[in-house]
Design a protein around this ligand. Structure first.
Ligand code: NG6
Ligand code: CA
Length: 514
């Protein structure tokens, strides 16, 4: 039993048994096609390692996710591929590290960054007969550039392999503040008020946060001070389309209803649902029934809302007798952040809560809390409940799910993805020995060594990083940490281990060169 396992147990709200796990078997699972499980990926936005009850949260409780954890595999060293959203999502869906496509946080009018010719996780599952759907935040771009929001919006999720989509197109803090269902803006009256979006200059007459701060429910930084919708200023400008604007407080109910409908259709076919939360990203505006339900203000209340949504979707599965054959993966796209553009008291009301647990950094950071995220796998009768300290990456979900659904991978497909299906099911704790972590720089995990590549001049860092005191973890010097002795990455020992640094740097370079 590892010390992470013991440490985690110490934090738990309830007893989980830390089961002994065996070495991985070399045989493939080879599920028979008629027993294919439904698959739900719950993908939370900006949820940190320490943000759930089961991972030691203070000031907020998450009973629904904790229940899933009590009956599932709880990972202590599982990672999103990147410390920000777009690259993590790119990797999850393509099985490739996002640096191969220079993927970084996208504006709301960016073109689709997944080449429609590329194989993807949903396309792979479709090859095995799955019906596929995505509900929630997309943030992978739409269209080919210069998207016209008043007509069919293509390419998008459909070309990426999703039969059904209901989207927040980019993020809650970016325009357009409208839902897109399949390839159309929902509720748009394009004749009366065509919708236009611009990320370089103000268009139309809607108020903006800079000129009309008195309209704002949450004061915002300059980057988030463009068009005001629902009393919240956003990134980017928008005009027209008023009949289609979302109400942020309704996200929980709207998205769970869409998930429920998707789950209900075509019982004869297995489904894959990518449920992509808006919570707990900014702007944090949970429904009034969740307001004040934590001691941490809107950020904590958004965690409560996220937990409710998770419970609600699981309840839908249960009611339809689908839960027993549904593989559930619950995780987050990157680590935690407090002030990410809006004054919502996330810093002031934090109390004893540690969003990144014992880990250093958070969203945007090369340190561990940037990518080490809560991860739970549940599959009744198939996944063995317990705590698992294997090193795994979300890029591995592709090959692992391919194995679990007996879908052979084609040549060149999901090149960075490793089949860790035995680990996911809690049957092995032997994960990766080597894994890339992306942030403004690249880092390499080799077992418990952590190498962070130098970033000369910190070129490319956005100005808000320094302004908000966000710990990016990048340095003009190479960094090396021994996570066995120093899990919080306090002491850079690169100078004491020049040979190891050289080896890890060349390992990273060779992965980059693939
Ligand atoms: C940043 C935004 C931040 C958030 C992030 C994307 C500024 C100052 N900050 O650029 O608020 O939107 O992008 O978050 O503009 S993510 O979770 O989708 O990666
Ligand atoms: Ca995110």
């Amino acid at each position: 039993m590892s010390k992470y396992c013991i440490g985690l147990l110490g934090f738990m709200l309830f007893q989980l048994s830390c089961k002994h796990v065996q070495e991985p078997s070399t045989t493939r699972t080879n599920a028979s096609p008629d027993a294919l499980p439904n698959i739900v990926i719950f993908y939370v936005d900006d949820l940190g390692y320490g943000d759930l009850g089961v991972y030691g949260a203070q000031g907020v409780s998450t009973p629904n996710v904790d229940k899933l954890a009590a009956n599932g595999v709880v990972f202590t060293d599982a990672h999103s591929t990147s410390a920000t959203c777009t690259p993590s999502r790119y990797s999850l869906l393509t099985g490739q590290y996002a640096f191969r496509n220079n993927a970084s946080v996208l504006p709301g009018d960016a073109p689709l960054i997944i080449d429609p010719g590329l194989e993807t996780l949903p396309k792979m599952l479709k090859r095995s007969g799955y019906r596929t759907g995505v509900v929630g935040k997309w943030h992978l771009g739409l269209g080919n550039g210069d998207v016209d929001w008043n007509t069919t919006i293509k390419p998008g999720p459909y070309e990426t392999g999703f039969d059904y989509s209901f989207l927040i197109p980019a993020t809650g803090d970016r325009v357009p503040s409208v839902y897109v269902e399949n390839d159309r803006v929902v509720g748009l009256n394009k004749r009366e008020a065509p919708l236009e979006v611009n990320y370089s200059r103000k268009i139309g007459n809607l108020p903006d946060g800079m000129q009309n701060p008195e309209l704002l429910r949450q004061p915002a930084d300059p980057e988030h001070s463009n068009t005001v919708v629902n009393g919240i200023s956003r990134i980017g400008f928008m005009t027209g389309g008023a009949s289609a604007y979302w109400n942020d407080e309704d996200f929980a109910d709207v998205l769970t209803a869409k998930a429920d409908t998707f789950i209900s259709e075509k019982a004869e076919q297995p489904f894959f649902l990518f449920f992509s939360f808006h919570d707990i990203h900014v702007p944090r505006l949970p429904h009034p029934r969740f307001q004040g339900k934590s001691s941490m203000g809107p950020r904590g209340d958004a965690i409560v809302q996220m937990d409710w949504i998770t419970g609600k979707v699981i309840e839908s599965l249960k009611q339809k007798n689908l839960l027993e054959n549904t593989l559930i993966i619950f995780t987050s796209d990157n680590g935690p952040v407090l002030n990410d553009g809006y004054e919502d008291q996330a810093v002031e009301l934090l109390g004893e809560h540690k969003p990144g647990g014992i880990y250093r950094g958070g969203k945007y950071s090369a340190f561990e809390a940037g990518t080490r995220v809560p991860t739970i796998v549940y599959w009744e009768g198939k996944a063995i409940p317990g705590v698992n300290d294997a090193l795994i990456s979300q890029v591995d979900l592709y090959a692992s799910l391919a194995n679990l659904t007996a879908s052979p991978l084609q040549k060149g497909e999901a090149i960075d993805s490793k089949d860790l299906s035995e680990v996911l099911l809690g049957k092995s704790n032997v994960g990766r020995s080597v894994m890339v972590e992306e942030s403004f720089t690249l880092a390499l995990r080799n077992k418990n060594w952590k190498f962070i590549d130098a970033m000369p001049g910190k070129k490319g860092l956005p100005t808000f990083i320094a302004r908000k005191g966000i710990e990016d973890g990048a340095s003009h010097e190479m960094q090396l940490y021994n996570l066995s002795l120093d899990p919080s990455e306090q002491i850079n020992i690169a100078k004491d281990h020049p040979e190891l640094v050289k080896t890890l740097k060349s390992k990273l370079d060779s992965i980059k060169a693939v």
